[in-house]
Design a protein. Structure first.
Lengths: 547, 157
């Protein structure tokens, strides 16, 4: 940490301060120095650029850019800010993509949403937004959505026209003599979900892949600013339904930090239990999806069967199977009736009954081993350069897990270790996923025991301890929170105004964005039949890809 | 007396296949309805990868602007008779995304649905119950809503 501070001393900064335990927060005087600072901290070992988050301040005539640099090895992080002018012509800054290849899509996103131009970016095209928003700046505070949406039919027509143009030019641009063609994989492919991959291929062999995303773009980051602090959890949890709890935990942590609220020990443990249940239900879908993309539905069906028992627990706790909205700023929404743990125990028993069969038949499956052991290989260096996270990073041997690196809720008291493998192939990602399933069940058992002991000794009052009051109006401030989501790191950057009732800006960095970026690299030179396998092994959800 | 044409309606209604097309989050509960606990195949439902073999198009939750043309194109590719089932709050009025202007808020005005299934997301039991209503509509020879009208007829996709 001292070394990073020493580096920052060489540049003109407004301030350099410690933030939380493993972060340094600094603001540059001028955006010209950004490239030099980035180069220096990269040499120091902060090789991953998690995301780029612009915040729009119309009254100050500036756009504030936030860069989040991470070192996955030594767990030192830097939060770097700088201001750039807001006028569209002057809204420019040096691109960091040549240094940090993982920033490519994040800079494209900032360009599409805020109109920030990144100089020397290799491929600065709009991303996520549909054609009718191209050239506009939808996430700026003064963007007039109502006016834009007055004629929806015209906007849809723009999308249709763009698609037809693209299909027409595809055929013109390709050499008619060759066997090259451009295939659309999705958005209606059964294994793809709402994403379209433009696969440029020569016969069976893939030349390049250009993902076309934004099919489930709901503009969540703009949606939360229209809701109050509690109402915003509904938008945040819809980041992805498969693991909705942990994204709410991240958001609530940020709100609590700004409000200065400390939640109770009981609520912390409840967040662990609920979070792990959601993680299990997501991992079950991921495991099943991996084999389903290979064409085998049996595991998916088995997993759905066991997953139902975990959803039963969520239903008994919150009344809803999936959209629970059960984490709220200040704790967890409902008290705990101890009989709900009977449902949880049933789920754990069911898991113990089936886990050996799954391991024997699918995890140690000889066909899968042969098919997936050399496909989609990611090295540990690539993981760091592209800021990958979650199971994808751990399958390549990178020890990163926010639950251990920067513990939140009650994870500092949980006994757990990184689940890693070293080869980084598709098969390894599948095995890490399975390993984490077992790990999550172990964590649930620990947390359940702790709560039961606490209730028995009178330390916890399960019907009263679940919430502390958080004021409806928050002071001006900003907070950064990270959680280990089912798919990896979710980073949230929340900005509030004085006496605000709703968030001023919430940046959601979700893992699938980086992982989808890797598809081109992983599949270049492979055959078409590898697309579902690699895509399935990256454990991508379109919900958090588009947001 | 059972007429031959009635028999065909009966046969069609008892093996409803749906185009495997996910537009939003409700497809997660659709997957759960396929699973062993609810097992909708008992009732003759099945997802099929190609719209050419499908009888039902499900609007699974939100419809973003970008996916609307793909949804309409999938519907157009399906053979008659074809029915539309709308899942969840989003497909009615945008649901939780009602304030978000990146989402189509009247998908069922564009492509009218025969059955609405309420919930966010609807439970698997509700989905199966809704599909049973489609069955009944087919048996009663009620023409599908989308064939009667809707903005989709005037749109290009």
């Amino acid at each position: 940490m001292k070394k990073i501070k020493a580096i920052l001393e060489n540049f003109d900064t407004e301030y350099v301060e410690d933030y939380k335990k493993i972060w340094i927060k600094a603001k540059l005087q001028s955006s010209d120095a950004l490239l030099a600072v980035a180069k220096a901290v990269q040499d120091e070992g902060l090789r991953s650029l998690s995301t780029v988050s612009p915040t729009d301040f119309p009254d100050r005539e500036t756009i504030e850019l936030n860069y989040f640099f991470e070192d996955l090895q030594t767990k030192r992080n830097l939060w770097l800010k700088c201001d750039i002018p807001r006028e569209l012509e002057k809204c420019e800054i040096a691109s960091l993509t040549p240094l940090f290849p993982g920033a490519e899509w994040h800079e494209r996103e900032a360009y599409s949403m805020f109109g920030v131009k990144f100089l020397n970016h290799p491929d600065l095209r709009p991303i996520i937004v549909s054609e009718d928003f191209i050239g506009k700046t939808p996430f700026r505070r003064d963007f007039d959505w109502e006016q834009h949406e007055e004629d929806v039919a015209k906007n849809v027509q723009a999308i249709v026209d763009a698609f037809k143009d693209e299909q027409a030019t595809n055929e013109v641009n390709l050499d008619p003599e060759s066997s090259e063609t451009v295939l659309n994989w999705g958005p209606t492919h059964p294994a793809s979900g709402p994403i379209r991959l433009r696969v440029h291929c020569d016969g069976e062999e893939i030349i390049s892949i250009d993902p076309d995303i934004g099919y489930v773009w709901r503009a969540l980051e703009s949606l939360v600013t229209k809701k109050d602090f509690v109402g915003a959890i509904v938008a945040v949890e819809r980041l992805c339904f498969m693991d909705n709890i942990n994204s709410m935990v991240g958001y609530c942590m940020a709100v609590e930090e700004i409000a200065g609220t400390e939640i109770t020990e009981f609520a912390k443990w409840m967040r662990v239990i609920l979070g792990e249940v959601a993680r299990i239900s997501s991992h079950f879908m991921g495991l099943g999806g991996f084999f389903m993309n290979l064409g085998l539905h049996t595991l998916f069906m088995w997993n759905l069967g066991t997953r139902e028992f975990f959803l039963d627990f969520l239903e008994s706790y919150s009344g809803a199977r999936i959209a629970t909205a059960s984490i709220e700023p200040g704790g967890v929404r409902y008290g705990l009736d101890m009989t709900m743990f009977d449902e949880l125990q049933k789920a754990l028993d069911q898991f113990d009954n089936t886990v050996d069969d799954i391991e024997m038949i699918f995890v140690n499956n000889p066909t899968m081993k042969v098919r997936a052991k050399d496909v989609g290989v990611l090295s540990a260096d690539e993981v760091e350069d592209y800021a990958l996270c979650g199971i994808v990073a751990r399958a390549s041997g990178v020890k990163t897990d926010i639950r251990i690196d920067e513990p939140y809720a009650a994870y500092d008291q949980v006994d757990m270790d990184y689940v890693t493998r070293s080869n980084g192939a598709a098969a390894d990602r599948f095995k890490v996923l399975f390993g984490e399933l077992k790990q999550s069940v172990d964590i649930i058992k620990q947390a359940k025991k702790r709560i039961e002991e606490g209730v028995a000794s009178g330390e916890f009052n399960p019907t009263k301890d679940h919430m502390v009051k958080v004021p409806k109006k928050l002071p001006a401030g900003e907070a950064l929170s990270r959680v280990e989501w089912a798919r990896g790191e979710v980073l949230m950057h929340l900005v509030t105004e004085e006496k605000a009732k709703s968030p001023y800006r919430l940046k959601l960095k979700a893992p699938s964005f980086n992982h989808t970026m890797m598809l081109n690299k992983l599949l270049e030179g492979q055959t078409l039949s590898d697309i579902p396998l690699v895509f399935g092994s990256l454990y991508v959800c379109q919900g958090d890809l588009d947001r | 007396m059972l007429r031959i044409l009635d028999f065909f309606d009966y046969a069609k209604s008892e093996s409803l296949w749906m185009a495997h097309f996910c537009t939003g989050c409700c497809s997660l509960e659709m997957a759960a309805a396929m699973g062993p606990r609810y097992d909708w195949e008992r009732y003759g439902y099945m997802p099929t990868p190609t719209p050419r073999q499908a009888d039902i198009l499900m609007i699974t939750g939100l419809v973003s602007k970008k996916i609307l043309p793909a949804l309409l194109r999938t519907y157009a590719q399906m053979p008659e008779p074809k029915y539309v089932v709308a899942l969840g709050a989003c497909s009615f009025d945008g649901g939780p995304y009602n304030d978000s202007l990146a989402v189509i808020k009247n998908p069922t005005e564009i492509l009218p649905a025969d059955v609405f299934i309420a919930g966010c997301p609807p439970k698997p039991e509700a989905i199966i119950e809704g599909l049973e209503q489609v069955k009944q509509k087919m048996k009663d020879k009620i023409p599908s809503a989308a064939s009667q009208g809707g903005l989709w007829k005037e749109m290009e996709y």
